[in-house]
Design a protein around this ligand. Structure first.
Ligand SMILES: Cc1cc2nc3c(=O)[nH]c(=O)nc-3n(C[C@H](O)[C@H](O)[C@H](O)COP(=O)(O)O)c2cc1C
Length: 210
């Protein structure tokens, strides 16, 4: 089981897409979406949260996964969730995207929500913790928090696009970043081709037309 949190930075679609691909790969996902993330989801994805399982409802609407039985979602204030305890053997935790606020809390062990508590648990139990911080430009406070987390064992994975995969649409860029996260989680995927394969197919020498 992998824990996935979506916080209120721009790009909640990155977390949503990641969850879809984790479910498609057969991986169980425990998900937490922060209050701020729901506001950004409403703004960026035009989706208003509804019902007792709003994330499952969003995934149902997007139709990119049918494996919703593998998904469990928890409210950000639910400290009775299994994610709040080191006794729950989640393999890894990822925050996609990660706001600067949650980054700061995670860097300082400030466990004021289920998301930051689960980060604390991942770090203390020496499990994989991946943060996808989204802000630009970055202040020295942001950078220091990232360095602190990296030194504590977390992986900092900014959602930085790569153009060597020749993206043609926004979904290609989202899949590129999602693929990077899946690779770090040790999950096989076909969201983009590795560089060697692209070059052998000739993509590395193809001329751009525009
Ligand atoms: C539309 C929108 C976009 C935002 N984008 C970012 C962002 O990219 N990075 C960031 O750190 N905060 C961003 N914020 C501010 C966070 O939502 C805010 O700091 C919030 O307290 C984060 O809470 P959370 O970490 O609990 O989700 C954004 C807010 C809104 C409404």
């Amino acid at each position: 089981m992998i824990a996935v949190a979506i916080t209120g930075a721009s790009g909640p679609v990155l977390g949503v897409r990641l969850i879809e691909e984790l479910l498609n790969s057969g991986e169980a996902v425990y998900a937490v979406v922060s209050e701020a993330a729901w506001s950004v989801i409403a703004h960026e994805l035009g989706y208003k949260r509804t019902g007792p399982a709003p994330l499952a409802a969003l995934l149902t609407k997007r139709k990119k996964t049918k494996k919703l039985k593998l998904l469990k979602e928890f409210a950000p204030g639910d400290f009775f969730s299994p994610l709040a305890s080191g006794s729950t053997p989640f393999k890894a935790m990822i925050i996609a995207p990660c706001s600067m606020k949650t980054l700061s809390a995670a860097a300082n062990g400030y466990s004021d929500s289920l998301i930051t508590r689960a980060c604390d648990v991942a770090l203390k139990e020496k499990r994989k913790l991946i943060l996808m911080p989204r802000e630009t430009p970055l202040s020295s406070i942001h950078l220091e928090n990232m360095l602190k987390l990296s030194r504590a064992g977390a992986v900092i994975l900014p959602p930085v696009m790569g153009f060597y995969s020749r993206p043609e649409k926004i979904d290609d860029l989202i899949d590129f970043v999602t693929g990077k996260a899946l690779s770090l989680l040790g999950i096989k995927h076909s969201l983009f081709e590795s560089w060697g394969k692209q070059v052998s197919r000739g993509a590395g020498t193809r001329k751009r037309t525009a």
